[in-house]
Design a protein around this ligand. Structure first.
Ligand SMILES: [Zn+2]
Length: 215
């Protein structure tokens, strides 16, 4: 048995309505409190029904309509106000489950917001890093003008030349691409981007550092 049927076991609409102030005549009629009723249009006993405005229902429904409560809160109000011996613990547990569901949904929303922020931050930072890489490749290009062929054909310089179009491709995506492409890059190629940037940096350093004196 649920709390609604338990409450109804204990209370008629009439007893309930009278408790909350409705004057019921001995013949079981009353002026309807839900519309401007001059002559008693409401018949009330176990249930109530207004023949003028058409409302009707049981004790829980009466309280729900009277106080603007949900059926559930109306039942709880009746249990409280009439000190009914109705066990509401099962329903309290439902309340706990509901709270847990709300907590989980909130956590999930925050997780999504967190990932989105991380993604946006990563995009902005990566654009800066990749632009710096291109500048670095440019300065190595200039540095190598007039340098001997063994430096120009070094593995380090080859790495940088291979990296350049890839970096430009990533920059195109990050600066002008669709969000889905940026997300794809973030999800699948984050590590690859980091590695390539590292390789370009150390190649650049080695070329410029080791050959500073040579002309
Ligand atoms: Zn009415």
């Amino acid at each position: 048995m649920n709390i609604f049927s338990e409450v109804k076991e204990h209370l008629t609409a009439r007893k309930t309505a009278e408790y909350y102030g409705l004057k019921v005549r001995s013949n079981g009629t009353a002026c309807c409190p839900f519309h401007d009723d001059k002559h008693p249009s409401m018949k009330i006993d176990k249930n109530y029904h207004c023949f003028a405005c058409g409302v009707g229902g049981d004790a829980v429904d009466y309280v729900s309509r009277m106080y603007g409560l949900s059926q559930y809160d109306a039942a709880l109000k009746l249990i409280e106000d009439f000190s009914l011996p109705v066990d509401t613990r099962g329903n309290t547990e439902l309340g706990v489950q509901e709270k847990e569901r709300i907590r989980r949904e909130k956590a999930e929303r925050e997780r999504v917001i967190h990932i989105r922020k991380r993604f946006e931050k990563w995009c902005n930072r990566t654009v800066d890093i990749l632009k710096n890489c291109i500048l670095e490749i440019d300065s190595v290009n200039r540095f190598l003008i007039g340098k001997p062929p063994d430096i120009i054909f070094s593995e380090d310089y080859a790495q940088m030349l291979h990296a350049e179009p890839v970096i430009n491709y990533w920059l195109d995506i990050l600066c002008m691409g669709e969000t889905a492409d940026k997300q794809e890059l973030f999800i699948r190629n984050r590590k690859e981007v980091e590695k390539l940037v590292q390789r370009v940096r150390s190649s650049g350093k080695r070329i410029m550092g080791e050959n500073r004196g040579s002309a």
